[in-house]
Design a protein around this ligand. Structure first.
Ligand code: NAD
Ligand code: MG
Length: 308
């Protein structure tokens, strides 16, 4: 930024410099590390930024009640913190072994003065899946927002080594659960409610090492567009967010080969990986009435990689 730019701008120069996308968050050049999936954010080096120190709410979701799957860590955790600070009561779903991450998020929701509901369990468990939305409704007293964000990403060298069991599980967690949870949620939702799904830049540019994962993300975009048309007349909107490379524990838990992690995200036009906190505003926008004329769409938040 030049000095002239700063002088000409009505915004304080220091604030503009702070908003420079290439430097707003540091480049991630992580040391070698590996966790078994699903892994813990709090054990990741550096710890992903879920906005605990920085996200400031503006009352954009006052009184809403939200269920967020995968709300313990990474993108889902950043969304949970943001939603609570925007005035929403929040239920988070996560795997039981992720309790230490979930505790941090549940505490942040309560510190924002909102109700926090903990719903541990696996989306591979049919009973849990079928009962999850009702549990959330019970804990929150209703439901206005569903964020389908849980996801599994496990690398596999070739189709030879990719087992059918992994393919089935990835599809169950990433996309099939969206059918079950959305169906259950819609029974409780009224006009003004919103569903936000997490897809990925992988929907358009599949990395050959994550064939199963990338295919679910393309399906999520399609599901989002179709369901949005079905429920528009009820005053309910359905959209998706497509993150690019975001620094989360998903990547260090066999989500990427180690040699790609070292310069993770540095091949994007912005030149660095994103942080979970940078995804949260997209979900807040799509969950709130601010996006009242947006439905069936995918908001790409990927550091500038062109998308179709
Ligand atoms: P994350 O590991 O922090 O979150 C994924 C969550 O999915 C886990 O916390 C876990 O609670 C949940 N999950 C996994 N298996 C589950 C199961 N069997 N049952 C219930 N829950 C299960 O990582 P993240 O990167 O924040 O991922 C969140 C979403 O963002 C995922 O859908 C992922 O595909 C998507 N995404 C991530 C990136 C990235 O670069 N990190 C990019 C694009 C899209
Ligand atoms: Mg987690």
């Amino acid at each position: 930024m030049t000095e002239t730019n700063q002088k000409d701008s009505p915004v304080q120069g220091s604030q503009l410099a702070h908003d420079d996308p290439s430097t707003r968050h540091p480049k991630v050049s992580p040391p070698e590390q590996r966790q078994d999936a699903p892994g813990l954010d709090i054990m990741t080096d550096p710890v992903p930024d879920i906005g605990l120190e920085s996200y400031v709410g503006k009352g954009r979701l006052e009184g809403r009640r939200a269920l967020i799957t995968g709300g313990d860590s990474g993108i889902g955790a950043a969304v949970a913190v943001a939603f609570a600070r925007e005035g929403a009561d929040v239920a988070i779903a996560y795997l039981p072994e992720e309790q230490p991450d979930a505790d941090r998020v549940l505490k942040a929701i309560e510190e924002a003065g909102r109700t926090a509901v903990a719903l541990p369990g696996s989306l591979l468990d049919e009973d849990y899946r079928n009962g999850l939305v009702d549990e959330a409704v019970q804990g929150l007293g209703g439901l206005d927002i569903l964020v389908n964000n849980a996801g599994q990403q496990l690398i596999s060298d070739s189709l030879e080594t990719l087992t059918d069991q992994q393919v089935l599980e990835t599809f169950q967690i990433n996309i099939l659960s969206m059918f079950t949870l959305s169906r259950a949620a819609l029974k409780h939702m009224g006009p003004g409610s919103a569903i936000v799904n997490t897809t990925s830049v992988q929907a358009y540019n599949p990395n050959p090492m994550i064939l199963d994962y990338a295919a679910t993300k393309a399906a999520i975009n399609n599901f989002t567009k179709g369901l949005a048309q079905q429920v528009a007349e009820k005053g309910i909107r359905v959209n998706a967010v497509a993150p690019g490379p975001i620094w989360t524990v998903l990547q260090v838990s066999y989500g990427q080969p180690m040699d790609r992690l070292v310069e993770f995200g540095q091949d994007t036009p912005t030149g660095r990986a994103g942080q979970p906190v940078e995804m949260a505003p997209a979900y807040v926008f799509l969950a709130s009435g601010e996006s009242s004329y947006v439905t069936g769409d995918t908001l790409n938040a990927n550091g500038g990689t062109p998308t179709p």
